[in-house]
Design a binder for this molecule. Structure first.
Ligand code: SAM
Ligand code: SF4
Length: 604
């Protein structure tokens, strides 16, 4: 679909949807025969796109070279049409074959808000130059009729369309007929997944809210819960109205599985310190988060006034704190609600991490009250194997202290005698990048001169110790401690599983590793998490011999092309990938105590 293809009088980068396609001569009335569409596809497949497209914030992944990209398109075409032999497709074939899974479509170009970073904030003129479509009145007046919309859809559906995503530089719910459109869509194409990105800031009636129930995914754009900042940036929005709508949507959804509710969060300097409040609210209300980086579009208020800074433009001084916030948020949200997914669009996450790690390897910056941790936090330089780390067990509850691998020691020196409560946490860094932890009993003691932390005595499978250190009111009569050896500490519990938030590229790497190590693997759980894993590109490299499920009613069924089997049928398994978000550790324990005890397990 010609991206940014205006439907008014002016052309977009790749033409004008209405003029070049809908109103073209009948024989050309097929978007795939349209020369602009063909040019777009060729340009995308050769990397020869306008600079504007190269910096498009919707581009989700790190740079990929053109050869790899073409290879991925070949694989995609083959997956969607097994009759196509991917190895035999020439570069020209890539232009003529297409299979379309998802379309991002905007039926109107109007919006009730004027967010400072959005082209909607560009002053409108009568005439625009060729590529200046976002400043022309025509652009914002343009909209498709319901008939035109369905005409386009009828062409797309035969290509395997599964998802229709209403997003553009517009607000769908400003379109007069959005509710009847959604209703017709659902009745004509019940198999289509309907998604919408909305500012959710109109005062919706009960009927409006129940119309959102027809959607599979409602992405609500909200960058912060700080009223001042939100209303300053998302001009025309009212935080109270948005929150009331959210409450009504959650109420109307009740226990139903649809729609999935997600926040679309644009990250910039002003909102960072308030991010934990938004994350807490989302986790507690079962709302996912998609982050994207601020893109300074030309001519917008944000561009002209420079009122917002992208996070990557923030100074080195604040980078460790920014990294702490961004890095801890997904872990905090998962600890509060394991069903939540947190997703970052674009490579910004890696850029921030690299910058922060150049300054310090620490996961967090200790607060002024944390005197003991503050005393050591400057000790660790880039690449140090010892650093400050936190492990979250709830959104607002964490162990935080000095993280050390096996066979290391560290001296903490104190000028004054200080009372601390020290809790060692034994940590196993798992192959799947999640953690198993065992918390030991705490000790209240004084450090008089120095305290030596020592990790010589930790035993397999533990790989690290986190010494959680809390300063407390000074008490004279406590024993003074000079050395901590783990011989003195007993684990308190059977252990706890801590899920890390794996980024898509980390999941890819994990699957790659498993695929290289085992000739065949089994998945555990014929549910949503397996469905998710089966969609990860790297999963095509796994030879999946079956999906194990304990529900006997599922045995023999086919789940996404793979047979569901009983645990007994997997007796020769070498590796099992446990696909479960609620309690994967319980499944792992049951596997290890069954006749499959020797199998390697991975949790995704
Ligand atoms: C253009 S809006 C359209 C849908 C709807 N009006 C809304 O705001 O949700 C789609 C998404 O893009 C985000 N967005 C707009 N301009 C942006 C920019 N310059 N940089 C990053 N995100 C931006 C919005 O916050 C929103 O989540
Ligand atoms: S609500 Fe969406 S389309 Fe409207 S101005 Fe804001 S970002 Fe742009």
């Amino acid at each position: 679909m010609p991206c940014c293809g205006d439907t008014g009088k002016v052309p977009g980068f790749y033409g004008n949807l209405k003029r070049d396609f809908l109103y073209a001569k009948p024989k050309d009335k097929n978007i795939f025969k349209n020369s602009n569409y063909k040019k777009l596809r060729k340009d995308l497949l050769t990397g020869n796109v306008p600079d504007f497209c190269k910096s498009c914030r919707i581009v989700e992944e790190d740079d990929i070279n053109i050869k790899d990209f073409q290879q991925r398109v070949r694989q995609h075409l083959h997956l969607n049409n097994k009759a196509i032999d991917a190895t035999k497709l020439s570069d020209d074939d890539l232009l003529t074959n297409f299979s379309i899974k998802e379309v991002l479509l905007s039926i109107n170009n109007k919006c009730n808000l004027r967010c400072v970073y959005c082209p909607q904030s560009i002053p409108k003129k009568r005439e625009g130059s060729e590529y200046d479509l976002f400043s022309t009145i025509d652009f914002y007046k343009a909209e498709l009729s319901e008939g035109e919309f369905f005409e386009i859809l009828e062409l797309l559906v035969p290509f395997g369309l599964e998802i229709i995503n209403f997003v553009g530089i517009a607000e769908l719910t400003v379109y007069k007929h959005w509710k009847s459109l959604a209703k017709k869509l659902k009745s004509r194409y019940p198999h289509l997944r309907l998604c919408v990105v909305t500012n959710f800031s109109l005062p919706y009636s009960e009927e409006d809210i129940s119309s959102f129930m027809m959607f599979d995914l409602v992405n609500i754009s909200i960058d912060t819960l700080d009223k001042n900042i939100l209303e300053k940036v998302r001009v025309g929005a009212n935080l109270d109205t948005i929150l009331k709508n959210i409450q009504n949507l959650i109420k109307s959804k009740g226990n139903a599985s649809k729609p999935t509710i997600s926040f679309n969060v644009t990250e910039y300097d002003l909102m960072i310190e308030h991010l934990p409040d938004l994350g807490r609210f989302a986790a507690q209300n079962g709302i996912h988060i998609n982050f994207s980086n601020l893109f300074t579009a030309k001519g917008t208020v944000a561009d002209k006034t420079q009122c917002l800074k992208s996070i990557v433009q923030m100074s080195d001084t604040v980078m460790p704190k920014v990294w702490e916030t961004i890095n801890s948020l997904p872990r905090r949200m998962k600890a509060e609600n394991p069903k939540i997914d947190i997703h970052h669009l674009g490579p910004m996450y890696d850029i921030i991490r690299e910058r922060a790690e150049k300054i310090s390897p620490n996961y967090f910056v200790p607060s002024v009250e944390e005197e003991t941790l503050t005393a050591v936090h400057n000790k660790f330089a880039q690449g140090s194997k010892i650093y400050l780390r936190d492990i979250y067990v709830r959104f607002d509850q964490s162990y935080r202290g000095v993280y050390m691998p096996r066979n290391k020691n560290l001296c903490i020196s104190e000028q004054d005698c200080k009372t601390i409560i020290i809790t060692p946490i034994l940590v196993e860094e798992r192959d799947d990048q999640n953690l198993n932890i065992n918390v030991c009993e705490s000790l209240k003691c004084n450090i008089e001169d120095r305290l030596r932390l020592d990790t010589c005595h930790i035993k397999q499978p533990f790989t690290h110790v986190l010494f959680d250190i809390k300063d407390t009111a000074f008490q004279k009569n406590l024993p003074s401690l000079e050395q901590i050896s783990l011989k003195n500490f007993k684990p308190l519990s059977d252990g706890q599983f801590i899920r890390e938030n794996l980024l898509p590229q980390q999941i890819d790497r994990l699957i790659d590793k498993v695929a290289k190590k085992y000739k065949e693997v089994f998945l555990w759980g014929a549910g949503a998490r397996s469905e998710f894993l089966l969609k990860v590109p790297a999963t095509s490299k796994l030879n999946i011999a079956g999906i194990i499920d304990t529900d006997s009613k599922r045995w023999g069924q086919i789940f996404h092309g793979i047979e569901v089997i009983s645990p007994d049928q997997a007796e020769n398994a070498e590796a099992i990938v446990i696909c479960n978000v609620i309690s994967p550790e319980k499944i792992e324990r049951s596997i290890k105590s069954s006749n499959l005890y020797g199998v390697s397990t991975y949790i995704v």
